[in-house]
Design a protein around this ligand. Structure first.
Ligand SMILES: O=c1[nH]cnc2c1ncn2[C@@H]1O[C@H](COP(=O)(O)OP(=O)(O)O)[C@@H](O)[C@H]1O
Length: 219
């Protein structure tokens, strides 16, 4: 079972200072694997209804939702190069020219060895990036998705996150790693939050959005 890290997010530099597989944090008896995922989003064309953004996630092979990305090679591949490689594999050729920079890094979380339930003796660091696209870039990536090498294998398809009344229901899905927390944090940063008015009537104890949703009605 994945246990949520309690610590505050680390900066890119702090997370890299932990080291990589077998090269860092020997005192803890384990190296660190680094995984990078990115939220790609774009403003909708002028005149579109609020909240005015399209935000991409993907349905993974394991039935969970997550952001595009994956594990960085332990042999010196930079975080951004690893993320870019994963994007080309998962989303296809439309991402080939996409520039991903350290300034797009929005924080990292540390998952000590065994915390993923994978049985791996390496801890995991999940890095989160946010990259704004033009509308044309986003649509090109969506259209190119079926041509990606991993389409239908690791990735079942890209989805736009429903940002209106469907958001609370979307958040009930299962998410990979800390993707749900990453999504919520990114949406809040964009000024998007689930409206209590849009909340479904029967309260679901699994839905807890920054403690802002009202308690379920007493029946
Ligand atoms: O969107 C995400 N946000 C945060 N962590 C994620 C996300 N997707 C997957 N993970 C976690 O990161 C690790 C590696 O990710 P992923 O499965 O994408 O890599 P891979 O495709 O290289 O095997 C997994 O343990 C997974 O739980």
């Amino acid at each position: 079972m994945w246990e949520r890290g309690e610590q505050a997010p680390l900066s890119r530099a702090e997370a890299l200072a932990l080291g990589r597989n077998g090269t860092g944090n020997r005192a803890a008896g384990a190296g660190w694997r680094h995984a990078c995922h990115v939220m790609l989003y774009a403003p909708l064309p002028t005149g579109s209804p609020p909240p005015g953004y399209a935000v991409l996630m993907q349905l993974r092979f394991d039935g969970r939702f997550g952001f595009p990305g994956g594990l960085v090679e332990p042999d010196g591949e930079s975080l951004e190069a690893g993320l870019h490689r994963e994007l080309r594999e998962e989303l296809g050729p439309a991402t080939a020219g996409l520039r991903l920079r350290p300034r797009h890094h929005r924080g990292a979380r540390v998952w000590p060895a065994g915390g993923t339930g994978s049985g791996s003796d390496a801890g995991l660091v999940t890095h989160f990036y946010i990259r704004r696209l033009s509308w044309e870039e986003l649509v090109a990536i969506e259209r190119g998705g079926p041509r990606a090498p991993e389409h239908g294998l690791e990735v079942q398809g890209l989805v736009r996150v429903p940002l209106g009344s469907g958001l609370p229901a979307f958040l009930r899905h299962r998410f990979a790693g800390d993707a749900r927390e990453q999504l919520l944090g990114a949406l809040l940063a964009l000024g998007i939050r689930p409206s209590p008015l849009n909340e479904e009537p029967a309260g679901d104890p699994q839905i807890q959005v920054a403690g802002e949703l009202p308690p379920p009605p007493q029946t």
